[in-house]
Design a protein. Structure first.
Ligand SMILES: Cc1cc2nc3c(=O)[nH]c(=O)nc-3n(C[C@H](O)[C@H](O)[C@H](O)COP(=O)(O)OP(=O)(O)OC[C@H]3O[C@@H](n4cnc5c(N)ncnc54)[C@H](O)[C@@H]3O)c2cc1C
Length: 352
C-alpha cells in the first residue's frame, strides 16, 4: 500500500489551497453576510480548470481523476463551504449526468461550456413530496408532437438560478412508475425559477424552487434511454457522495485549523490554553477523527478511479465525515473553555 499522494495530487492541493486562502478567504464573510453568489470566484475557478475537473479535455474539462477533484473540494471547503458546494453541485450533479448518460450530440452541445465553467448546470431531483424517497417524484413529462411537456415542481435545487446557469436536468415521470431524466434549458417558456432560498448555511450558494407549467422541451433532451432515470440518479448520487464527503473533511479541517491557532494565542491562567491537557486532548481527538475521515474519503475516490465499485465506500465516507464535521465544528466553537471548565468543576465536586 502507498499512502503518499502523487505529485499531481499535491499540486492540486497546493494550487487550490493558495487560491482559497488568497482569493476566497478575504471575501467569504462578505459573501455569506450578503447572501451574494460568488460570480467573480467562479470565473477564476474556471480559469484554473476547476469547474469540470474530471470531464475529459475533449469536452472542455481538465481530465483529472476523482481523487484530485476530492482534494480540490476539500481545500475549497476548508475556507468556504458556499464556494465548494457551488463547484461540487455543478460538477457532480450538473455536468456529470450529461457526460455519463448523454449521447455524443448532447455532450458536444452542453459540455464545453459547462466543463470550462463558462456556464453552470443543476440537477433537479428533490420535490416538496419527494426527498429521501426520491423515487416518489410527481413531476410528469408527457410526449406530444416531438416534445416533452413538463408539469411539476422541484425544491432545494443548487445553481439553478444564477445568471450563468444554462440548464437543469430533472427527473420526471414519463409513464406510470417510469422515471426519466430530461434536460430543461433555462429560459424555456413555462419553466419558472423562484428567488434564492434563504438558508442557515451555504448562504452564498444558489438554491431555488423550480416550477414547470406546460414547459415544452425537444424530445432529444431526454438523457439516456427512457425509463432509466431512477438508475441514473442513484449512480449520480453515489458519485456526489464523494464530493460531499470532501466537504465534510474540509469543513472539519478548517474548524480545526482555527481552533489550533486560537489555542496557541489565547492566554488564560497565565499561559496559552493549548498548554492545558484538556485542550490538547480535544485537539488530538479532532486531528485523529479528521485523519480517519480523510482516509475514508480518499479510499472512496481511489476505488472510483480504479473503476471499482465505490458505492459502499462513498456512503461510509459521507456518513462519517458529515457527522465528523458537526462534531469538530462544535468542539471548535464552544470557545474551548465552557465544557472543559464544567468538567474541571465537576471533577472538583467529585473530590478528584
Ligand atoms: C442546501 C441544499 C441544497 C440542495 N441541493 C439539491 C440539488 O441541487 N438537487 C436536488 O435534487 N436536491 C437538493 N437538495 C435536497 C436534498 O438532497 C434533500 O434535502 C435530501 O435528500 C433530504 O430530503 P428532504 O429534505 O425532503 O428530507 P426528508 O426526506 O423529508 O427527511 C426528513 C428526515 O426524515 C428522515 N427520514 C426520511 N425517510 C426515512 C426513513 N425511511 N427512515 C429513517 N429516517 C428517514 C431523514 O433522514 C431526515 O432526518 C438540497 C438540499 C439542501 C438543504
Amino acid at each position: 500500500m502507498n499512502f503518499d499522494l502523487a505529485k499531481e495530487h499535491e499540486l492540486v492541493r497546493d494550487t487550490v489551497r493558495s487560491f482559497a486562502t488568497d482569493k476566497v478567504a478575504p471575501v467569504a464573510d462578505e459573501l455569506d453576510r450578503e447572501e451574494r453568489f460568488p460570480y467573480e470566484i467562479v470565473a477564476e475557478l474556471a480559469e484554473l480548470g476547476l469547474m469540470g475537473m474530471t470531464i475529459p479535455e475533449k469536452y472542455g474539462g481538465a481530465g483529472t481523476d476523482t481523487l484530485s477533484y476530492a482534494i480540490a473540494i476539500e481545500e475549497l471547503t476548508r475556507i468556504d463551504s458556499s464556494v465548494a458546494i457551488t463547484v461540487a453541485a455543478h460538477h457532480s450533479l450538473g455536468a456529470l449526468p450529461i457526460f455519463y448518460f448523454g449521447n455524443e450530440q448532447q455532450k458536444r452541445e452542453w459540455l464545453p461550456d459547462l466543463a470550462s465553467g463558462k456556464k453552470l448546470a443543476a440537477f433537479g431531483l428533490t420535490e416538496p413530496g419527494a426527498g429521501s424517497d426520491a423515487g416518489a417524484t410527481r413531476t410528469r413529462a408527457e410526449s406530444h408532437d416531438g416534445e416533452w411537456v413538463v408539469n411539476g415542481s422541484k425544491i432545494f435545487i443548487t445553481n439553478a438560478g444564477t445568471d450563468i446557469t444554462a440548464c437543469v436536468t430533472i427527473t420526471a415521470l414519463t409513464g406510470d412508475g417510469e422515471i426519466s431524466n430530461i434536460i430543461v434549458p433555462n429560459g424555456t417558456p413555462g419553466y419558472e425559477i423562484s428567488k434564492p432560498m434563504h438558508k442557515l448555511g451555504w448562504k452564498a450558494s444558489d438554491t431555488r424552487e423550480l416550477s414547470f407549467k406546460d414547459c415544452a422541451v425537444p424530445r432529444e433532451n431526454l438523457l439516456g434511454p427512457r425509463g432509466n432515470g431512477y438508475r441514473q440518479f442513484l449512480e449520480i448520487l453515489d458519485g456526489g457522495r464523494i464530493s460531499v464527503a470532501a466537504m465534510g473533511v474540509g469543513l472539519a479541517q478548517g474548524a480545526y485549523d482555527l481552533a489550533y491557532r486560537y489555542a496557541q494565542e489565547r492566554q488564560q491562567f497565565g499561559k496559552p490554553i493549548a498548554k492545558f491537557q484538556g485542550i490538547q486532548f480535544r485537539l488530538a481527538d479532532m486531528a485523529t477523527e479528521i485523519e480517519a475521515g480523510r482516509g475514508l474519503l480518499y479510499k472512496a475516490a481511489w476505488l472510483k478511479d480504479q473503476g471499482r465499485d465505490f458505492a459502499l465506500a462513498a456512503a461510509q465516507a459521507k456518513l462519517y465525515t458529515g457527522e465528523l464535521s458537526n462534531r469538530v465544528v462544535n468542539w471548535a466553537q464552544i470557545g474551548e473553555g465552557t465544557n472543559e471548565v464544567q468538567r474541571m468543576v465537576i471533577a472538583r465536586h467529585l473530590g478528584l
